[in-house]
Design a protein around this ligand. Structure first.
Ligand code: KG4
Ligand code: ZN
Length: 366
């Protein structure tokens, strides 16, 4: 295989211990591939990434159809891989380690990324490393301009998860609190559906909310004063449904926007209150926000303002890397490799973990 000019240069510097990690994400409805480069120390660098989102395909069904998701990952994954290598002016021969999302997520979708990653690794004689999807999310701010320092508190807010974690180092995670029913993203998506908005509902609901009054309807803030760091969003969805029914099918555009704004305010208030409480309780000065809901601008504004009052700082991944992507998977593998936690395996065997608590990772190495 021909080495590009850029890769040839590095190849000729034998003293430089530097790795290139190809990462695959396929846990749900986004196929993500990325190439990250890492030295033994310092922030890993994103060389190239490519993403294909299936949202248009699933929108017709009002949610993700797992079988369709798996089939589409198969269609996209190799063209995306080629695009990433071309963009980075590299070839597969330059890749030192292949990372893939091992879980949690949809079993069939995970198997596509894992199968391709492990097969490529076996063909290249390079190791393959399974990464926890949520670890990818919570480490993704390391791809931003100002990387956070350990320890920090992480608020993970995605379509399937709402968790507060104490993060003392890579792989050292302690669960502080989590949702006892729906995830925050699910609350956005389900409320959006009730308001007749498309899938995924989060971005659509927040766009509509920009035209509305967040104080127009008084919606519950579940578990706000529970005294712990757990969340609950199922009751909020019911309250939105009750309010939407009261307004009826002839609901005015303004009422719809007001209800969207009130829903967003309720979700954000709870997320902010619990995150600030976690910062106070742990005495930590840094909060990392990750997962799709982390793209929500009201959440960002309220968290920034609340943290500033505590003398704390909030770190976000670059906006484009808030939702699922391959870069965060390659990055998590790079940070694990730097700490000797991510050597990967070369025996071609693999499994996926559709349900996989993040706290199980503590101290685990592969
Ligand atoms: O992390 P992610 O891409 O996928 C999962 O691992 O679940 O998160 C997707 C979730 C969806 O529920 C989506 O509605 C929500 O993130 N989301 C948002 C926004 N952008 C994405 N929720 C609120 N405001 C947004 N701007
Ligand atoms: Zn995700």
């Amino acid at each position: 295989m021909q080495l590009s000019r850029r890769c040839r240069r590095e190849w000729r510097t034998p003293t430089l211990v530097r790795v290139k990690i190809l990462g695959f994400e396929s846990s749900c409805d986004e196929t993500g591939v990325a190439l990250v480069e890492a030295d033994p120390e310092g922030a890993p660098r994103l060389l190239a990434e490519a993403l294909y989102s299936q949202v248009d395909m699933h929108a017709a069904y009002g949610g993700v159809v797992p079988e369709l998701a798996s089939r589409d990952h198969i269609r996209r994954v190799l063209p995306l891989t080629r695009a990433v290598l071309t963009q980075a002016a590299c070839t597969l021969a330059d890749v030192d380690l292949i990372a893939y999302t091992r879980g949690p997520g949809l079993a069939g979708a995970l198997l596509v990324g894992a199968g391709v990653a492990v097969a490529l690794a076996a063909a290249l004689g390079k190791p393959a490393l399974g990464i926890h999807h949520l670890e990818g999310h919570l480490l993704s701010p390391f791809l931003g301009d100002e990387t956070p320092q350990f320890p920090f508190v992480a608020l993970l807010v995605s379509g399937g998860h709402t968790q507060l974690m104490q993060v003392d180092d890579v792989g050292d995670y302690r669960l502080l609190g989590e949702t006892i029913d729906d995830a925050a993203g699910e609350a956005f998506d389900k409320s959006a559906k009730l308001l007749g908005l498309g899938y995924p509902g989060g971005p659509a609901l927040s766009r509509l909310a920009a035209q509305g009054n967040p104080a127009a309807y008084s919606l519950p803030r579940p578990l706000l004063h529970s005294g712990n760091l757990d969340f609950s969003f199922a009751g909020l969805k019911t309250a939105v449904m009750t309010q939407a029914r009261k307004l009826g099918p002839a609901m005015s555009e303004q009422a719809r926007a007001d209800l969207a704004a009130s829903t967003q305010a309720a979700i954000v208030d709870v997320l902010v209150a619990k995150s600030l409480r976690a910062l106070k309780d742990s005495g930590t000065e840094r909060l990392v926000v990750a997962g799709g809901v982390g793209a929500n601008l009201r959440l960002r504004e309220k968290l920034d303002a609340g943290a500033a009052k505590l003398g704390a700082r909030v770190h976000y991944p670059p906006l484009a890397l808030c939702t699922d992507n391959g870069a965060m998977i390659a990055l998590a593998a790079a940070l694990r490799w730097q700490r000797g936690l991510g050597r990967g395996t070369t025996d071609g065997a693999f499994d996926v973990r559709p349900r996989w608590p993040l706290a199980e990772l503590a101290g685990a190495s592969a």
